[in-house]
Design a protein around this ligand. Structure first.
Ligand code: AMP
Ligand code: GLY
Length: 418
C-alpha cells in the first residue's frame, strides 16, 4: 500500500516503525515528519497537515491508498473530511466526531446520551459559576479547559486559589468544566473503530505528570508501559460494552460516525470504570509501547477501519512480552521548552539490545549535520523485555547514553509493576 501519515511526533514515528515491520512492504510518506522519521521513510516537510485541501490534492496526485492522521490538530481542523469526500480511505474521524477530543462539553454530551460512566461535571462560563461548582464538589479540585490545550488545560489540585486562577485563565478563552475528582489507577485503552465495530489494542498506562512520584505539572505524557498486569481480566470487554460501543453507536446515530482511533482515558475507581477523557487519535507515548507488541499487521487494521470492514477482522493479537517507554524532554518543558540544543549519543543508545528510539521533536541541522531538539518532548526511548524489570533497565541504560543539555526525564516509569 501507499500510506500517507500526517504528523511529526514520536507517535507517528512509532506508527511508521510498526508499518515497516510488516511482511508486506509499503510505500510510506510522512508529512511533515521529523529527523528520525526521515531516516526511515520519505517525508514531505512542505505539506501542511492542517490544510485539508492540500493533503487531499497530494493524496490524489500520489495515488495514496490510505491516509493516517496522527495528531489531534488536523482531526479537529477537519482534515479527514475532504479526503473522505473524495473517496480516499482515511484513518481518523471527521471534524464533528473529532469534537470528542476537541470539546470536553461535546464529549460529556455524547457520554450522557450514550449512558457512558464518567465523572460528574459542571460547565461554567463565568468565574462565579466555576467557584460555585468548585465548592459543590470540594477538594481535590478538577478544572478542565473546554478546548484543545496540549495536555495543559487540566488542573487537579487541593489548592482552591489555584483552581480559581486556572478557571479564570481559561474562561478568557471560553468555558471550563469543573469535575468531580476520581480516585484510582489510570488506563489508556485504544480501540480501532470503523464507525460501527471496535477492536481493542493492548491497554497501557501513561505518566502524565512531569516529575517522579506523579509530582509537578501535567504534560503530554512522560512515559508509559504496556500491558497492565494488574488489570482485571474482564476489563477490556467491560470497556467495549460500557464505553466504546455505546459511544461509537451514539456518534453513528448522529450521522457522524467515528472512524479512527478511539482513545479511552479511564480511571478504575472503587465504584467501577469511569471515563476521564476521550481522544480521537493514538496516544503519545502509549502508542510507543502498544504498537511494538502488535502482531497483527497495523496497516490491515487501519485500512479495514477506514473502509468500514472491521467486522471481518479478528481481534488484534499481541506478543507476550512487555514494553516500557521513557520520554526525554527539553529543559523548561512543559511551560517554556528551550529548543535548538544538540542531541548526542543516539547511536550508542539505539545499540542497547531491545531498544528503539522514536523521535518526537528533532531536526537535522543542514549546515553541520547535528541533530537538534526542536520542542518539548524530544525523544521517546522504548525497550522491550520479558519482564518489566528487564525492559526498564534497558530503557534507562539507553536514556543514560543520550546527551541533551538540561534535559528532563522521569526515573520511575513502570517502577510500580516491577
Ligand atoms: P485529561 O486531559 O482530561 O486526561 O486530564 C489530564 C490528567 O488529569 C488525567 O490523566 C488525570 O491524571 C487527571 N484528571 C483528569 N480528570 C480527572 C478527574 N476527574 N479526577 C482525577 N484526576 C483527573
Ligand atoms: N498521553 C496522553 C495523550 O496522548 O493524550
Amino acid at each position: 500500500m501507499k500510506i500517507l501519515v500526517l504528523g511529526s511526533g514520536a507517535r507517528e514515528h512509532a506508527i511508521v516503525t510498526s508499518l515497516l515491520t510488516e511482511e508486506v512492504a509499503h510505500e510510506i510518506v510522512v508529512a511533515p515528519g521529523n529527523a528520525g522519521i526521515a531516516q526511515d521513510v520519505s517525508v514531505e516537510p512542505g505539506l501542511d497537515p492542517l490544510n485539508g485541501e492540500a493533503v487531499t490534492e497530494y493524496a490524489i496526485e500520489h495515488d495514496i491508498d490510505l491516509v493516517v492522521i496522527g495528531p489531534e490538530a488536523p482531526l479537529v481542523a477537519g482534515v479527514a473530511d475532504p479526503l473522505r469526500t473524495r473517496g480516499i480511505p482515511v484513518f481518523g474521524p471527521g471534524k464533528v466526531a473529532a469534537q470528542l477530543e476537541g470539546s470536553k462539553t461535546f464529549a460529556k454530551r455524547i457520554m450522557d446520551a450514550a449512558g457512558v460512566p464518567t465523572g460528574r461535571a459542571v460547565r461554567a462560563t463565568t468565574l462565579l459559576e466555576a467557584e460555585e461548582a468548585l465548592d459543590a464538589f470540594g477538594a481535590p479540585y478538577v478544572v478542565k479547559a473546554d478546548g484543545l490545550a496540549a495536555g495543559k488545560g487540566v488542573l487537579v489540585t487541593e489548592d482552591r486559589e489555584a483552581a480559581v486562577a486556572h478557571s479564570s485563565h481559561y474562561l478568557e478563552h471560553g468555558a471550563v468544566l469543573v469535575e468531580e475528582f476520581l480516585d484510582g489507577q489510570e488506563v489508556s485503552l485504544f480501540l480501532v473503530s470503523d464507525g460501527h465495530t471496535v477492536l481493542p489494542l493492548s491497554p497501557a498506562q501513561d505518566y502524565k505528570r512531569l516529575l517522579d512520584g506523579d509530582a509537578g505539572p501535567n504534560t503530554g505524557g512522560m512515559g508509559a508501559y504496556s500491558p497492565l498486569p494488574w488489570l482485571p481480566e474482564t476489563f477490556v470487554d467491560e470497556v467495549i460494552e460500557t464505553v466504546a460501543l455505546p459511544t461509537v453507536r451514539q456518534l453513528a446515530r448522529e450521522q457522524t460516525p467515528f472512524i479512527g482511533l478511539l482513545y479511552c482515558g479511564l480511571i478504575l475507581t472503587g465504584r467501577g470504570i469511569r471515563v476521564i477523557e476521550f481522544n480521537a487519535r493514538f496516544g503519545d507515548p502509549e502508542t510507543q509501547v502498544v504498537l511494538p507488541r502488535l502482531v497483527t499487521p497495523l496497516s490491515e487494521l487501519l485500512f479495514a477501519a477506514a473502509t468500514g470492514a472491521l467486522a471481518t477482522q479478528p481481534r488484534p493479537e499481541f506478543a507476550l512480552d512487555v514494553a516500557v517507554a521513557v520520554v526525554l524532554a527539553s529543559e523548561g518543558y512543559p511551560e517554556a521548552p528551550l529548543t535548538g540544543r544538540a542531541i548526542t549519543g543516539l547511536d550508542e543508545a539505539a545499540a542497547v539490545p531491545e531498544v528503539t528510539i522514536a523521535h518526537a521533536a528533532t531536526v537535522r541541522d543542514a549546515a553541520t549535520g547535528a541533530l537538534l531538539a526542536t520542542g518539548g518532548r524530544v525523544l521517546c526511548v522504548v525497550a522491550r523485555g520479558t519482564t518489566f524489570a528487564e525492559a526498564r533497565a534497558l530503557a534507562y541504560e539507553a536514556v543514560g547514553k543520550i546527551g541533551l543539555d538540561g534535559s528532563q526525564y522521569r526515573t520511575d516509569i513502570a517502577a510500580r509493576v516491577v
